[in-house]
Design a protein around this ligand. Sequence first.
Ligand code: C2E
Ligand code: MG
Ligand code: MG
Ligand code: MG
Length: 283
Amino acid sequence: DSKRRGRNGWQTFTPELAEQQLHRLQLETHLRRAVINDEFHLVYQPQIDMRNGRVVAAEALIRWRNHSLGEIRPDKFIDHAETTGDIVGIGDWVLNEACRQMREWQDAGLNVPRVAVNVSYRQFLGEDLSSTVAAVLAEYGLPGHALELEFTERVLIEDAPDTLRTFAALRQLGVILTIDDFGEGYSALNYLRRLPIHGLKLSQLFVQGVPDNQSDVAVCQAVTGIARSLGLALVAEGVETEQHRDFLLQLGVHVGQGFLFAPGLTPDELRDRYPTLGMAGAG
Ligand code: C2E
Ligand code: MG
Ligand code: MG
Ligand code: MG
């Protein structure tokens, strides 16, 4: 931005820049204490079998409410938290809270088949993820298949030495493993083939262009084809309209998530919105 640069191209001090840095500093300071101050909560966005409207899973999405900063969306703080390392504590909190909620649903007779939790790359690299997950499942008496973990494409791209071992250990626990936002980044199909994952989530970036944008249509078809030939489950994200849904159903994609069905819901809202979840055998 040329307005911010001096004649020689150096960035010069401007009030705007100072304000940005101050904001960032404030964000990081508050973020550091957010877990301990109990400022996070989770909302749950249902994943719907679009053929019959049933809930097949609920994705836990983090929400941060801070007394001086207000509501901060995850897009605004997850990256910071990755850089500072705070994501590790936050990630542990999310995993625990989602499983605690799942236990509560089960005890209340609410048949949410599983809860999906987003795992950041740093969390994935950190201390042994599979033992953390095993401990949390045991604490709440949940079977592995009650939990789904969504990883970013980074786990495919960066050839970390323990990637395969971690995935194998998680899979051994029965946990459902998914690549989130698939197709957004550069994906190494080679790793996709090697990793013992269950499914992909088709990025909303492409879903939202169908059926009009031809290149988005092509990407959706390609990802569907990849999932099908590798025997992977596929969930479409960002399903906002009936046109999106119909296009996906025609492609053979059965499970969708998006504002057409519901945004992230508090546990109370979820129960009110899907009363049949409380009925035996329903889901
Ligand atoms: P994501 O995991 O891909 O989650 C989907 C995001 O798309 C959510 O935004 C959701 O509210 C939004 N969304 C759902 N349906 C629609 C739709 O029909 N249209 C549009 N335009 N958007 C839709 P949210 O909650 O702001 O989360 C953003 C991202 O932040 C997530 O993307 C995920 O990468 C990250 N995130 C959220 N919670 C966590 C968490 O607990 N841990 C980690 N590591 N990352 C998280
Ligand atoms: Mg996700
Ligand atoms: Mg996603
Ligand atoms: Mg995303």
